[in-house]
Design a protein around this ligand. Structure first.
Ligand code: NAP
Ligand code: GDD
Length: 373
């Protein structure tokens, strides 16, 4: 029988990939979309263009907001979903320091609103819930790598709110026998990543610098290390977690970590450019021999033509304290053994392939656009 899923955060990076996965698996997918003054479904719209009409017809979008308990109850009661994926969040860690109360309302109480709706609509025996937990829960890490039993030490309003959501899921599982599972997901990226997360900021900036549209890239902590995977692998893990025979908590990661500095070097290297790092702290710079553009070059669209342009060596990466956080998470590296053993999940897309895909996507989109004008 066809299953029905309800996804909050359907317009985000993960929501878009998860929608595609569930439609491919034959689900009817209901998604929660916030009203906004500008279109916020562009990722979903583009993804849907790649699907057959029959699949697109199984996607139904509803206006709503995770902060509106009545709206959430009414939707869940009428959809009667087999599976709920609670992905809605104010997901930017740095911005959570500026908007701590809003972030807590969405990220912490949002999860509770879902649980209460399922309980009060008498759906405990029917509906499984997935909560988007995060490696940010480990924060100031007490062991390397981090697994399900590693103690939590959140370092931002974002992570503290997510810790509430994580525990309220476990609490309703114990108290009401709700099928409520969590995925403690480490950073995962893709060409659909929002532009103010560091990976996408880097790949977009590299593309712009190497096509003459931007002078340099300003970053914060270049030493931060993350365990970066690909979002497509991670939404597959979400589905496996919810289709396991019992509710549980799983770390989803690659087991490898890289610094922000390495990500930058790798992204430039994808387009054939080396970076030399000089200086330390706020005075560190990344230098490269990059093309010098004149007006007529700004319309070129062939990456091989880059080598024909005159080149100059100059700083292309700078450090700007505006991007430092009041409290930083310096290092994250996950141990996904439990997911591998119990779910048969493992990452399939390497770090190199991830950086390559994101960099080429942004470079090609930019150079093809400039061709149009
Ligand atoms: P994202 O791209 O920022 O998407 C967040 C989604 O939440 C968007 O659809 C957004 O809607 C929606 N949203 C925000 N506030 C809402 C509200 N008040 N009511 C309803 N919807 C709201 O995030 P993502 O990278 O896909 O991540 C998905 C989830 O996984 C998030 O909960 C995130 O915290 C968590 N997570 C992500 C990672 C990662 O590395 N990506 C790792 C661990 C955990 P708009 O489009 O209208 O803004
Ligand atoms: N955003 C950003 N911008 N981060 C920078 C910059 C910059 O200019 N320069 C350095 N960084 C560093 C941050 O300080 C952080 O240590 C690291 O790059 C990664 O930052 P983000 O890409 O913003 O991601 P995040 O790790 O803080 O949070 C993401 O991953 C979490 C899982 O660990 C988000 O997707 C969260 O929602 C998710 O829970």
């Amino acid at each position: 029988m066809e299953k029905t899923a309800f996804i909050t955060g359907v317009t985000g990076q993960d929501g878009t990939y998860l929608t595609k996965l569930l439609l491919q698996k034959g689900y009817s997918v209901h998604g929660l979309v916030r009203r906004s003054s500008q279109k916020n479904t562009y990722r979903l719209d583009e993804m849907c263009l790649t699907l057959k009409k029959e699949m697109r017809q199984r996607l139904i979008l509803h206006y709503g907001d995770i902060t509106d308990a009545i709206n959430i109850y009414n939707l869940i009661e009428s959809i009667q979903p087999n599976e709920i994926y609670n992905l809605a969040a104010q997901s930017h860690v740095h911005i959570s320091f500026d908007t701590p109360i809003f972030t807590s309302d969405v990220n912490a109480l949002g999860a509770l609103r879902i649980l209460e709706a399922v309980k009060n609509a008498n759906l405990i025996d029917k509906t499984r819930i997935y909560q988007a937990s995060t490696s940010e829960l480990f924060g100031q890490v007490s062991e390397i790598p981090q697994c399900e039993s590693t103690p939590f030490h959140p370092r931002s309003p974002y992570a503290v709110a997510k810790l509430y959501a994580h525990w309220i899921m476990k609490n309703y599982r114990e108290a009401y026998h709700l099928f409520a599972s969590t995925g403690i997901l480490f950073n995962h990226e893709s060409p659909l990543r929002t532009e103010n997360f560091v990976t996408r900021k880097i790949t977009l900036s590299v593309a712009k610098i190497l096509s003459g549209c931007q002078k340099n890239l300003c970053l914060g902590n270049l030493n931060a290390k993350r365990d970066w995977g690909h979002a497509w692998d991670y939404v597959n893990a979400m589905w496996k977690i919810l289709n396991h025979h019992q509710p549980d908590d799983f770390v989803i990661a690659t087991g490898q970590q890289h610094s922000v500095r390495e990500f930058v070097s790798k992204s430039f290297a994808c387009l054939g450019y080396d970076i030399r790092w000089e200086g330390t702290g706020l005075h560190e710079i990344g230098i490269s021999k990059v093309p010098v553009f004149r007006e007529e070059h700004l319309l070129f669209n062939d990456s091989s033509a880059l080598t024909d342009l005159p080149h100059e060596e100059r700083p292309v990466v700078l450090v700007d304290p505006a991007f430092f956080r009041p409290a930083e998470v310096n290092t994250l590296q996950g141990d996904y053994s439990k997911a591998k053993n119990l779910l048969g999940w493992h990452p399939t897309i390497s770090f190199d392939d991830l950086v390559h895909e994101m960099t080429l996507h942004d470079y090609q989109a930019l150079t093809q656009n400039s061709k149009k004008f």
